[in-house]
Design a protein around this ligand. Sequence first.
Ligand SMILES: Nc1nc2c(ncn2[C@@H]2O[C@H](COP(=O)(O)OP(=O)(O)OP(=O)(O)O)[C@@H](O)[C@H]2O)c(=O)[nH]1
Ligand SMILES: [Mg+2]
Length: 517
Amino acid sequence: MDLLFLRLDSIGVLTVNEFGSPLHFQSAHLLPALISDESYIHDAGKPDKIRKQLEFFGNTQETNTNLQAEDIDFILTQNLYNAPLEKPGTQTGSPSVPYHVTEFFAWDKTPLDLSAEIEAVEEEFARLMRGSHSTENAKNPPKYDANGSLGTFQAGSRSVLVSVSKAPKTIQERNLAELAELAGTAGLNVAGSLIQRVTSINPRQILSQNKLAELEVIALQGHAGVIVFDGELSPAQLQNLAELTERKVLDRTQLILDIFAQHAKTGAGKLQVEMAQLKYTQPRLVGKNRAMDRLMGGIGGRGPGETKLETDRRRIKDRIAKIKIELEKLKKQRQANRAKRRRYDLPAAALVGYTNAGKSTLLNKLTKSEVLAENKLFATLDPTTRRLRFPEEHEIVLADTVGFIRDLPKELMEAFRATLEELNEADMLIHVLDASHPEMEQQLESVEKILEELGLSDIPRILLLNKWDNIPKNAQDPLLERFSNAFPVSALSGFGLAEASAFIEKTLFSKNTPLHE
Ligand SMILES: Nc1nc2c(ncn2[C@@H]2O[C@H](COP(=O)(O)OP(=O)(O)OP(=O)(O)O)[C@@H](O)[C@H]2O)c(=O)[nH]1
Ligand SMILES: [Mg+2]
């Protein structure tokens, strides 16, 4: 840990006799880790050796490394030991741990030429870290990245996912599974994960020193340049992390914002996402600025970093003001479009639901169109409307909308309120639920909560249990009993759509339901 955090080239231990004369010497340095997934297989024989080594040095735990018993266990279970421990002094071609410990030398036989070895190791580090975090900024300068920790990352970057929460481990695991999907959609590879259950969240320090050390080791092993936290990091937490790790730190909100930025197609969509990103970045720049104040204080000047931050902040403010005006214009346009539609007096239905539930697939199937539908979160960002013709000359406008997600970041909620405003005008909401998803109950709940927050609970609604083709026969009846008003459908195969459409048509065209006031 000290090699890692204090950036030491090497740590050496010298034992002395009762008169203070040197006896033995042993040293250790970090290695560029080459860990494959298989190397996590536990080998019961070796951990004892590390324990013995630690015991040999007696007080190593307290004075040298602050290692707690818990950390040692962690290191042992993560197989942080290597072949050289067995045959001291020999370095195997592909080490399974990121450090190397030399053999014990009698002091008078110690070969103390470390510099050549360190130089070689550093070269190797530089070579292996290419494509990891060290070159991230140089190749792809992020737009609003004033401190190296906010902003974009390169596609294909390796990441470690972290959950720190009061929730039980099973829930944290579930949330990390969704975070992994988000990370994959954003273009990150997942190299590892870390879960910590806490009794309360520290508003300044999201991870304890020990856990942060674990995280660094996992990231080092997995060559991960990006760390993604589930949930939202406060400016202070982010700032502290940025001081302690050189890796790019993202939280769930930033990840979602990034996906939105990648997927937005229309002018309005892009502006809305940019606005949300700016609003999220702004307070976090201020936070970092204070750290910079403190750092610069020592040499008594205002550093170039700070000046840059100030211009960055001013630019962000200007940009937000400009975007606001643009969005206002677009809103007027949309209102005009809606007014035009109303003149034709076509009833409107909107597809709503959790992201990836199958809304776009359903729109395509019902209206024989080809809007983008794919196995990605937030494939749809820009609302698309299509006409849907029923038998008997009945025609409606069907709108596809952006998918919902649990704990939708409030910046996004605000940004998309304008788009979702269209939902207010809908005469009917078609709630598409992925009935085959292991989290379907939670997804249903999230969607209903968001609909309520948007003030849409009163609009007539139909619930579709989509992806019915994925539901095993014996699970079908219990589902139909549980959701007695819902329609089982498959947007992919078309199963159940005739019944569902008939119900939609009846709701929209029955004389008793006033559609337009
Ligand atoms: N097996 C099965 N897969 C489906 C069905 N409907 C949709 N899918 C798949 O689910 C994935 C997501 O579908 P989309 O239509 O893009 O979902 P969406 O709700 O529009 O998602 P976002 O726009 O990302 O919020 C795609 O890979 C679809 O092929 C279905 O009835 N059965
Ligand atoms: Mg979609």
